[in-house]
Ligand binder design. Structure first.
Ligand code: PPE
Length: 309
């Protein structure tokens, strides 16, 4: 990870190396945190954070599902994120807000532990590689099931949930694949370890519905808008693994992964197709302010302060 100058921590900008917590922090022991992944892109009008408010709303919703009170409002976190982008002076970066139960009592119930709130930002290139964006990646259906709605609320982007993703992606990588696809206990397609999934069949797009143990992806929502704008129908419902194997095209979406084609799933060769590439291009134009579509999704950072003489 490439270090940047400052990290926003509980209301203050601290030096990267000073953003530390105690080893007794509750979040470390029990995975009791919520987080976000957000991208800031360079646009003709300067750096813009894509759908920042939507991400911060999701952060607050994730916290509510854990009965955690984040001591900063969405507006305050929005201002903090934009300030951090400006002080670190990067035209493009990834932003990682995280709120977790900190040091206090140790025990599973987190009632009295303070909530620590942090925002990091650093440059993060193509999540599944530049080559993956162009030529597609190879995915494997995981032997690990996606956590169900009565296991941990999958709607919450909670830190502990990611053990499920970690197991799946580790298994896939060890078997020589780039990414994992998780199915629900009922056998429906859920999502990747860090991405939502779309299938293209006979010119129509299909994606698992929000009740299928998926994270309600903001990129997923963006892609539904863009695809409809381009004239495609998008159906949300239950998909099974054979829908993946028989698809004309399959792609994954996520803040980090953007729009990444899947060139194969298990032994099924799928290949990278024109619909995926059209949607990928439209997405990358939209996030970089190159399209009139979704202009209010771009939230601009203030100009960086001039360096002191
Ligand atoms: N499903 C999962 C499980 C998921 O983690 C993400 C985001 C998505 C779907 C797509 O959500 P959205 O970013 O709102 O479109 N995964 C984050 C990366 C996790 C990681 O640290 O690695 C991300 O894309 O930022």
């Amino acid at each position: 990870m490439r270090e940047t100058e400052k990290i926003w921590m509980n209301g203050e900008l601290v030096d990267w190396g000073d953003a530390k917590i105690h080893v007794g922090a509750h979040g470390l022991h029990y995975g009791s945190g919520v987080f976000e992944g957000i991208r800031c892109y360079e646009t003709p009008q300067g750096p813009a954070v894509f759908r920042l408010t939507d991400h911060l709303d999701r952060l607050h919703n994730s916290a509510r599902l854990l009965s955690m009170e984040i001591p900063y409002s969405v507006d305050e976190l929005r201002a903090a994120s934009l300030e951090l982008v400006a002080v670190n002076g990067l035209p493009e970066c990834y932003l990682r807000p995280i709120a977790f139960y900190g040091y206090g009592e140790l025990g599973v119930a987190a009632g009295t532990n303070p909530v620590e709130t942090v925002i990091m930002s650093w440059p993060w290139g193509a999540y599944l590689g530049e080559e993956g964006l162009r030529s597609g990646i190879r995915a494997k259906i995981s032997s690990w099931q996606r956590i169900g709605p009565n296991v941990i609320p999958h709607v919450a982007k909670a830190t502990g949930v990611y053990l499920n993703s970690m197991l799946a992606v580790t298994e896939a990588n060890r078997a020589g694949y780039d990414e994992a696809i998780l199915l629900t206990a009922e056998g429906y397609v859920a999502d990747g370890s860090g991405e939502n999934i779309f299938v293209v069949k006979d010119g129509v797009l299909y994606t698992p519905s929000l009740s299928t143990s998926i994270l309600p992806g903001i990129t997923r929502d963006t892609i539904i808008h863009i695809a409809q704008d381009l004239g495609y129908s998008v159906m949300q419902g239950n998909l099974i693994r054979s829908d993946l194997y028989l698809a004309d095209e399959v792609f994954m979406t996520g803040t980090a992964a953007e729009v990444t084609p899947l060139r194969s799933i298990d032994a099924a060769e799928i290949g990278v197709g024109p619909v995926t590439l059209e949607i990928q291009q439209a997405y990358l134009e939209t996030v970089r302010g190159g399209s009139s579509r979704g202009e209010d999704w771009l939230e601009y950072a203030p100009a960086a302060a001039p360096a002191e003489a």
